[in-house]
Design a protein around this ligand. Structure first.
Ligand code: SF4
Length: 262
């Protein structure tokens, strides 16, 4: 059956921006009803500026709806278990991740139900919604079903065999600005190259969160010593100018839903 609603899951990074603009150009169809941006409140300023531009008149022919569950870092530091971020644990491994589900997926789903005019627990027929996710071919391992029967995920960039580099070239060819890298400023999935490119304000915000993770009164709350960076060093002491990142993978590939960093 044809979907009743077509939405773009907008991360306001390179891939989802390209997907939205390609739809606007008629290069991906049918035209979406809207794009939904789930705001964690912790994106770099450049992402908010970019989002503002995307929402300005004559850029996209469909509305961009911003939804939010509040500021993720504030919820995390107040001890909200629903706001857990997969930080690196001093003894090894990653702590549990709740952030994507509760601050990205759920608010988007809630908005989808609102668009359909259906109550939070109301029945929606399977396949009613087509949700476009901005995963490119270089991150194909992130492709997953939506996890809700009424939402069918679609991956237009994979259908078009586009890499992230192809997206950047498409934007350049069409005279659009290069979108910033979207992700919470302290996201532990970032590679050292991404850390190195971070603007000073975002870096200071990330350092503040990193230090709070090991602040004595928070230690019980976090059940172990946590670090933002895989070196298990305080972020302010990590030397990003040397070769530490050789061979480091883009850890966003672990973030399977494709809701962050696109
Ligand atoms: S960008 Fe990182 S910290 Fe933010 S919601 Fe996604 S996985 Fe969590």
């Amino acid at each position: 059956m044809d979907p009743k609603l077509i939405i773009i899951s907008l991360g306001a990074g390179v891939q989802s921006t390209t997907m939205a603009l390609m739809a606007a150009h008629g290069e991906i169809g049918p035209m979406p009803d809207c794009a939904i941006f789930a705001d964690t409140g912790d994106e770099p300023e450049a992402v908010y500026d970019h989002l503002k531009w995307l929402m300005s008149p004559n850029v996209l022919p469909f509305p961009v709806i911003v939804v939010s569950e509040g500021k993720l870092s504030a919820e995390l530091l107040s001890g909200n278990d629903m706001a857990r971020v997969p930080f690196f644990v001093g003894k090894g491994g990653l702590s549990a991740r709740q952030c994507t589900r509760n601050f990205k997926i759920r608010p988007v789903r809630r908005q989808i139900r609102k668009c359909l005019g259906v109550a939070p627990r109301g029945y929606v027929a399977p396949g009613s919604v087509s949700q476009w996710i901005g995963i490119s071919t270089d991150e194909v391992m992130r492709v997953k079903p939506s996890g809700a029967r009424f939402i069918e995920n679609r991956h237009p960039l994979i259908e078009k065999r586009m890499t992230r580099g192809d997206c950047l070239q498409w934007l350049l060819r069409n005279g659009y600005p290069r979108p910033p890298k979207s992700a919470c400023v302290y996201c532990p999935y970032q590679s050292n190259a991404q850390w190195r490119e971070k603007d000073p304000v975002s870096m200071a915000q990330a350092i503040a969160v990193d230090e709070a993770l090991r602040t004595p009164e928070n230690v019980v709350r976090f059940r172990g010593e946590l670090y933002v960076h895989p070196s298990l060093k305080p972020l302010r002491d990590v030397d990003f100018s040397n070769a530490e990142d050789r061979g480091q993978l883009n850890l966003f590939n672990n973030e399977c839903e494709g809701m962050c960093g696109v």
